[in-house]
Design a binder for this molecule. Structure first.
Ligand SMILES: [Zn+2]
Length: 460
């Protein structure tokens, strides 16, 4: 099996040049001008198009038992959605609750992915309690090729860890050379505010924001930074939504804490007014932390340009409007949290980032792919275009004009948060390890070909 992508303009986080890319089997083996391919090779003419490394979404939920229901996607639907949108590798959160056994949970999540995914994948291992058994099992999981953890400072008594557990997880992570990703919100303050708002009869989706204001998130980031500093552990703040939290992370960094920041495509393009839409439509825009005041958007575009924010992810968590979001009709605290966007992250980042002059091409590749690969031990196998790297490539059609609509999406959910939005570019062809898996909005890949990508601890 060989693949030749001819005459494209190759763009990585650091380089930009016109060349052909030749792939033998699953790997890029030559990059140069005028490359020849055997007769049976697949040839894609990329003249007038960009060639980007496959995009990586470092924060995705697929199997997700949460708030009394389950997120809607399976690996079969989610990986198709990812690929059509240009994402060739995703990192899913394994989210066991405090009661669940750790190793068994990892095996459960892995079983939902293996043989069912069309794109490559790996996991952040969720840690929701800590004892000797958990520690031993985490050691095993890291040895098997999972080199990042996930902890929740929110969702007390379900996913959330105590401060003692937080400290233990960070100590273990430091010893193993593992990076810890963290959901940062002060659980007690959220609980208190929820009670107060509901007591005042404030039950609609728009009150979700007021139960988790910026300070509550910033406290979580500061808290994480303090504990990370004690242990010297590398930490990564997931779904950073507001200036207050960004500042808390940057202040920690100034003190020497090894802290990285992720934001989401939703925070860059949607805002709290979406959760105020009438007729309970606002529930489609309920996630945690909540969508923020619109002024935060330029703060984050700026921070991306300056490298203060490393990655743009989705926290993809699809719950139907009918039958799931409406569980919270009388009480916003019962609305399943999540705004689906795995399929549209890259095209929306292109349209609102590159096309509107907020990001250059290198920054687009960097925050959409390369940084995630570097932080989570996938680089240079993923996240760049180089001889020896996996042939995960996105041939980008910048002349495409179209509209996002739930009717045509591959995600298994009954709405799209970007419904009706114009898109000014999309993948023409997407390859996973040398096989063309999507073309012009259509999935043509192979379900089950996606692989678990094993990662060594990074240690930095
Ligand atoms: Zn998440």
């Amino acid at each position: 099996m060989s693949l030749l992508i001819k005459n494209g303009e190759i763009v990585t986080s650091g380089d930009r040049f016109v060349a052909d890319v030749y792939c033998e089997g699953e790997t890029i083996t030559r990059i140069g001008r005028g490359l020849e391919a055997p007769k049976d090779a697949t040839v894609i003419d990329a003249r007038g198009k960009y060639v980007f490394p496959g995009f990586i979404d470092p924060h995705v939920h697929i199997h997700l038992p949460f708030m009394g229901t389950y997120a809607k996607d399976t690996y079969t639907t989610a990986s198709q959605a990812a690929l059509v949108g240009g994402t060739t590798t995703l990192i899913e959160m394994v989210c066991p609750s405090r009661k669940d056994p750790v190793l068994k949970s990892y095996e459960l999540w892995l079983g939902k992915a293996e043989g069912k995914s069309a794109c490559d994948f790996t996991f952040h291992m969720g840690v929701s309690r800590y004892d000797d058994v958990v520690e031993a099992e985490l050691n095993e999981i890291v040895k098997s090729g999972i080199s990042s953890f996930k902890i929740f400072l929110a969702y007390k008594d379900f996913f959330g860890v105590t401060d003692q557990e937080l400290s233990n997880v960070l100590r273990l992570a430091k010893r193993l050379g593992v990076i810890v990703t963290a959901h940062c919100e002060n659980a007690d303050l959220v609980f208190e505010l929820q009670k107060r708002l509901l007591g005042e009869g404030k039950t609609g989706p728009k009150w979700h924001y007021w139960s988790r204001p910026p300070l509550v998130e910033a406290e979580g980031v500061h808290h994480l930074g303090t504990f990370a500093q004690m242990h010297g552990t590398h930490v990564y703040v997931v779904h950073t939504s507001c200036e207050e939290s960004l500042h808390a992370a940057l202040r920690a960094r100034e003190r020497g804490v090894n802290i990285w920041v992720e934001t989401l495509i939703q925070y860059l393009t949607l805002d709290m007014r979406d959760a105020e839409r009438p007729a309970f439509q606002g529930s489609k825009f309920v996630m945690s932390p909540p969508l923020r005041d619109v002024r935060n958007q330029e703060v984050f575009w700026n921070a991306l340009r300056q490298g203060m924010v490393s990655t743009v992810a989705t926290d993809h968590a699809p719950f139907d409007f009918k039958g799931q979001k409406d569980m919270g009709k009388a009480d916003f605290t019962r609305i399943p949290n999540g705004i689906p966007s795995l399929e549209d992250r890259v095209t929306v980042l292109w349209t609102h980032g590159v096309d509107q002059g907020r990001l250059n091409l290198h920054q687009f590749v960097d925050c959409g792919s390369t940084q995630a690969a570097k932080l989570f031990g996938l680089f240079p196998r993923k996240g760049t275009i180089a001889v020896g790297s996996d042939a995960d490539l996105v041939v980008w059609d910048a002349k495409y004009r179209g509209k996002i609509t739930a009717r045509k999406q591959h995600m298994n959910v009954d709405y799209n948060p970007f419904e009706g939005w114009a898109i000014t570019g999309r993948p023409h062809a997407v390859t996973v390890r040398g096989e063309v898996a999507a073309k012009d909005g259509k999935f043509i890949g192979t379900i089950g070909r996606g692989k678990l990508i094993k990662r060594d601890p990074t240690h930095f």
